[in-house]
Design a binder for this molecule. Structure first.
Ligand code: NAD
Ligand code: TYD
Length: 361
């Protein structure tokens, strides 16, 4: 069986990927994660007795640690999920994003190159470096613009998007300059189990469950293309195993929704699954001051990955959302652990000075 070094594997997408990789026997996994605020160390507790899984706490910027891990475990592939990933935090603390997303990715590329250059010809030929990126690097679309393609020019608007764009460019350069066998995926918004409740879907789910206000930025008409996380994991594994070297692939859900519609659907599901007498959860919707530089619309044209590799999303939004909400209802301990003191500080910081209204501001 192959061995993958996964970075950031305690986070939302990485943890779902690792669980799937172990369940479907894709590979043995070495998981290198810094354990930032954005993850619950208990997320992968079910793998603690799995001999094919090994966790290391560490930073992708730590070259000594990377050198040791690569030498010791001789991975067949490195999958880089590690990142600072929340746009609102990137507006308040951009340096963390440059540090991990740009400089960290650079250090990881350097260590990967040094390792790859020393491999036997056979292992060298098969080695891959897969970088997990986002559609946000392409900027914002108007309602009538065509969806992002792989050749859409980069136009990042937030510090998060700019830092991911920087990392994508470094990955590209290491392929073109040094021949490092890289792959990049640019995916739309994911949703599913184990997402930290600073992002829209889990934040609204947990606030609605507890009858708290449901903050919607601006007029609620910003559009995102939502993809269920397992579909993203399948796309990553397929690209890793079958893509030609140096390729980039857009991955999306063919599922554009505006934020207000998403929030209303969450309210409807919760009113059915966890009714509270006298409460209609959509009455909790609160329009708040917009995010600065808020991208209006993202949409992904994923015809390339369909044509080349036969991938398309399997989950539809209604069933995916139901599974997601059910997961949060079934895992109150996980929720309690992540909603600790630091989480409360963030909620205070991000929402306390936003002006509040019951109709769009
Ligand atoms: P996340 O914030 O849930 O998880 C990120 C993980 O990386 C955390 O476990 C964190 O501890 C770890 N990490 C952060 N800095 C690190 C460092 N310096 N060294 C080692 N580990 C570090 O993020 P996510 O939503 O799972 O996103 C994973 C990747 O997918 C990111 O690169 C993100 O840009 C990309 N992406 C996310 C989405 C989405 O909708 N969530 C969509 C497209 C692409
Ligand atoms: P988010 O989950 O932060 O993902 P991204 O900004 O990377 O797309 O936000 C998704 C959308 O939801 C985005 O348009 C911002 C909006 N949003 C709100 O309206 N209220 C909130 O409290 C949050 C966190 C996001």
């Amino acid at each position: 069986m192959q061995t993958f070094l996964v970075t950031g594997g305690v986070g939302f997408i990485g943890s779902n990927f690792i669980l799937k990789a172990r369940k479907e026997q894709w590979a043995n996994i070495i998981n290198l994660d810094k354990l930032t605020y954005a993850c619950n160390p208990q997320t992968l507790a079910e793998l603690q007795n799995d001999p094919g899984y090994y966790f290391v706490r560490g930073d992708i910027s730590d070259t000594e640690m990377l050198g040791y891990l690569l030498e010791r475990y001789q991975p067949d592939a490195i999958l880089n999920f590690a990142a600072e990933s929340h746009v609102d935090r990137s507006i308040l603390s951009p340096l963390d994003f440059i540090q991990t997303n740009v400089l960290g990715t650079f250090q990881l590329l350097e260590a990967s190159k040094a390792y790859w250059e020393k491999l036997s010809p056979e292992k060298r030929e098969k080695f891959r470096f897969l970088h997990v990126s986002t559609d946000e690097v392409y900027g914002s679309l108007s309602p009538t613009d065509p969806a992002f393609r792989e050749d859409t020019p980069y136009a990042p608007n937030s510090p998060y998007a700019a830092s991911k764009a920087g990392s994508d460019h470094l990955v590209r350069a290491y392929y073109h300059t040094y021949g490092l066998p890289t792959l990049t995926t640019n995916c739309s918004n994911n949703y599913g189990p184990r997402q930290f409740p600073e992002k829209l879907i889990p934040l609204i789910t947990l606030n609605a469950l507890n009858a708290k206000p449901l903050p919607i930025y601006g007029d609620g008409q910003n559009v995102r293309d939502w993809l269920y996380v397992d579909d993203h994991c399948d796309a990553i594994q397929l690209v890793l195993q079958q893509s030609r070297l140096g390729e980039t692939y857009n991955v999306g859900g063919n599922n554009e929704q505006n934020n207000l519609t998403v929030v209303e659907e969450i309210c409807e599901v919760l009113d059915k699954l966890a009714p509270k007498p006298g409460l209609r959860r959509s009455d909790l919707i609160t329009f708040v001051k917009d995010r600065p530089g808020h991208d209006r619309r993202y949409a992904i044209d994923c015809s390339k990955i369909k044509r080349d590799l036969g991938w398309e999303p399997k989950e539809n939004f209604d069933s995916g959302l139901l599974k997601t909400i059910q997961w949060y209802l079934n895992n109150p301990n996980w929720v309690e652990e992540v909603q600790s003191g630091a989480y409360q500080t963030w909620i205070e910081q991000n929402y306390s000075d936003r002006q509040v209204a019951s109709s769009p501001i």
